[in-house]
Design a binder for this molecule. Structure first.
Ligand code: DMJ
Length: 491
């Protein structure tokens, strides 16, 4: 049967989709019965494989690209693809410490203090700069305070300077930030007033921590105003769209889901609620979560629906959705998360990677969405879920990831994006999140005794860790454990 999958889903296909989802769900359940205890030796071997991947990428970046932003692993060159702020280096700092490389971490902290400055005439993404660079600086600062005896706090003024340069983006009628700023000149005339939900609503952790560390409340206020403002524009059934105009609040893309363009908005609602003991964020998360389960979830999968009536628009699993089971586990919705992560894993098993888009109706890669840019989200969910009950099944799924990642993406000077999950053709690019997230989560998954899982940490959406003792909780009414209890009640 050939289905024109370029077309959006029409009503007559809905029944077909639901039948296919039932079949996919059945297949998933069958493949899920193989539980076996992974030996410590297997975990050690997998950990070593991940370490090799990390250092092949990191050392190659240092040799061929540093201090440029990103590595081109096939041509063995570097490129300034973001803000000319040594992106991969700053993004990797806390990962070095997690892998036990204190020397390189300390060197990196000192180099950053001595060499990085943000007063540059360069346009940057506010979202990416926040999660990768501000998040990286704040995480390294908090870790250096604990683990680096010679550290005297030099990363914090840098973080504050960067925070001020992106804060100007929030000066809008709705409080929803512009997507891009010029680091030296602020929001440039003619900057687009359309932004995506994730791009506008993923600041609570970094801005909140920056405010607490500097006693400058404007950051946390701006992040919360943006998150609340987005929520104010929700539909009557509590769904948000994907893109909106930040001057008027009108949605320009009204499709609602949990993946591309919206994902980390939900992630930060829950993580900010936990980290800052914040009831406002928790209230929004709770309502948003209920609406998603009710309208966006189909069997174990999630689709894209129209935000006002919840009719299905795109029957697509996109790779970015893969963070969701991990977030559900954090919210105590473990059983639900388990069904979904198993479903996602079947797609990994089929291709060896996750295509950017997998069409649930056709049962194949969605046209134009064939690549796998070394994304971390599935590993992130496996790591978070494994911490919950240490089920060896997650190690098995992580092993599947390491097998193809370590072999098929490796090239002369690093690890390369997969351009096509069916042919495994490579693209000359290594995303900074391959080191800061993909390798980090996989390493932690196989390292039960790592000091960074014996304590409590919250990860930002770029995988940067923030120690929970910096939660700055003023009252003890709400803790991680009673959030879990709260969400154990069926929603
Ligand atoms: C990362 O930059 C972050 O995880 C973000 O939230 C989503 N996209 C990439 C990884 O896929």
């Amino acid at each position: 049967m050939h289905i024109n999958i370029q077309l959006k889903l029409n009503v007559s296909n809905v029944l077909l989709l639901l039948s296919l989802l039932l079949i996919l769900t059945a297949i998933t359940s069958v493949s899920a019965v193989i539980h076996y205890p992974p030996s410590n030796e297997l975990k050690r071997l997998l950990r070593d494989d991940v370490k090799r991947m990390f250092y092949h990428g990191y050392d190659s970046y240092m040799k061929h690209s540093f201090p440029m932003d990103e590595l081109k692993p096939i041509s063995c060159k570097g490129s300034d693809t973001f803000g000319k702020y040594a992106l991969t280096y700053i993004d990797s700092l806390d990962a070095l410490l997690i892998l036990g490389n204190t020397t390189e971490f300390e060197k990196g902290v000192q180099w950053t203090i001595d060499n990085i400055q943000f007063n540059k005439d360069v346009n940057v993404s506010v979202f990416e700069t926040n999660i990768r660079v501000l998040g990286g600086l704040l995480s390294a600062h908090l870790l250096a305070e604990e683990h680096m005896s010679t550290y005297t706090g030099g990363l914090l003024p840098l973080a504050l300077d960067l925070g001020e340069r992106i804060l100007v983006a929030f000066d809008t009628p709705t409080g929803i930030p512009y997507g891009a700023v010029n680091l030296a000149r602020g929001v440039l005339p003619g900057e687009s007033s359309v932004t995506c939900t994730a791009g506008a609503g993923t600041f609570a952790l970094e801005f909140g921590i920056l405010s607490k560390l500097t006693q400058r409340p404007e950051f946390e206020r701006a992040a919360k105003r943006a998150a609340r403002s987005l929520w104010r524009y929700r539909s009557e059934i509590d769904l948000l769209g994907n893109h909106l105009d930040l001057i008027t609040g009108a949605w320009t893309i009204t499709e609602s889901g949990i993946g591309t363009g919206i994902d980390s908005y939900f992630e930060y609602l829950l993580k900010a609620a936990i980290f800052f003991d914040d009831q406002d964020y928790l209230d929004i998360f709770e309502k948003a979560y209920r609406a998603i389960i009710r309208h966006v979830k189909k069997e174990h999968w999630y689709v894209e629906v129209q935000m006002s009536k919840a009719n299905i628009v795109w029957p697509i699993y996109n790779s970015l959705q893969s963070f969701w089971p991990g977030l559900q586990a954090l919210a105590g919705q473990f059983e639900d998360a388990f069904g979904t992560v198993k479903a996602f894993h079947t797609v990994w098993r089929r291709y060896g990677f996750l295509p950017e888009g997998y069409n649930l109706l056709s049962g194949g890669v969605h046209p134009g969405q064939r690549s796998y840019p070394l994304r971390p989200e599935l590993a992130e969910s496996l790591y978070t879920m494994y911490q919950n009950n240490k089920d060896p099944y997650f190690i098995k799924m992580g092993r599947d990831m390491v097998w193809t990642l370590s072999n098929q993406t490796r090239c002369e000077c690093g690890h390369a994006n997969i351009a096509d999950v069916e042919t495994h053709e490579l693209e000359d690019k290594m995303e900074s999140f391959f080191l800061s997230e993909t390798c980090k989560y996989l390493y932690l998954l196989f390292d039960d005794s790592n000091m960074f899982i014996n304590q409590s940490y919250v990860f930002n959406t770029e995988g940067h860790i923030f120690p929970m003792q910096y939660r700055f909780i003023a009252k003890d009414s709400l803790t991680t454990s009673n959030i879990r209890t709260k969400y154990d009640v069926p929603i």
